[in-house]
Design a protein around this ligand. Structure first.
Ligand code: MD6
Ligand code: FE
Length: 206
């Protein structure tokens, strides 16, 4: 079921069937344990994030907040391509929400029981992409998460949205720069064949 939460902010509930969730979970786990593995980023200011991260297509550098072809803030390895299977999921979901995206990068984050994501705006993509309202497509797999979404000012109030495995959020148009974050993970809620923990994949057009 598609729920429009605000202009340009669409929640596609149960977008992925159970078998597809399991297939994508396995793909994420395989990628995160591959030759270019998932790692724990240290961000500007020196704090470690509580999530594991693996970028595909382009690497998001947590020290410079810029995208690059090699992980210069970690091990210098070249970034793996986005598997076409994953890019297709993002393109189709965006279309279903009334948007078009050519995803050329994906940030895969792994949440354990205690992981969180502070409230932030996603504004490190090209100014032209952001100005055009080209969306970010977010795919959730595994444990349920309490996602919070606010307005265009950090001071705006936030509302909680529970994201379960197989849900997709499309954030574009006038909602492209909304503040949002993840305040908690609900351990033990992952569907059979996914989990433990949660993968979130955000597909972006640079
Ligand atoms: C998460 N999601 O669900 C974090 N960003 O774990 C995001 O940060 C996000 O869901 C941009 C657009 C949609 C999102
Ligand atoms: Fe985000």
């Amino acid at each position: 079921m598609n729920v429009t939460l605000a202009d340009g902010l669409v929640l596609l509930q149960s977008r992925l069937a159970a078998a597809e969730q399991r297939e994508l979970w396995l793909l994420c786990r395989t990628l995160s344990e591959g030759a270019v593995p998932m790692y724990t980023p240290t961000v500007r200011g020196g704090r470690k994030m509580s999530v594991g991260m693996l970028c595909l297509g382009k690497h998001w550098n947590g020290l410079t907040y810029q995208y690059e072809d090699r992980r210069s803030d970690f091990d210098g390895l070249a970034v793996p391509e986005i598997p076409p299977r994953l890019a297709n999921v993002a393109r189709a979901a965006a279309e279903d929400a009334g948007f078009t995206i050519q995803p050329d990068l994906c940030i895969m984050n792994y949440y354990s029981d205690s992981s969180k994501m502070g409230v932030h705006q996603d504004k490190d993509e090209r100014p032209e992409t952001i100005a055009a309202g080209i969306p970010i497509v977010s795919v959730s797999l595994g444990d349920e998460a309490r996602f919070v979404v606010g307005g265009l000012s950090r001071r705006d109030p936030t509302s909680p949205v529970m994201l379960t495995s197989g849900d997709v959020v499309v954030m574009g148009g006038p909602s492209r720069l909304r503040y949002h974050g993840v305040t908690r993970i609900l351990p033990g809620t992952a569907p059979h064949g996914t989990g433990p923990g949660r993968f979130n994949l955000t597909f972006r057009q640079w």
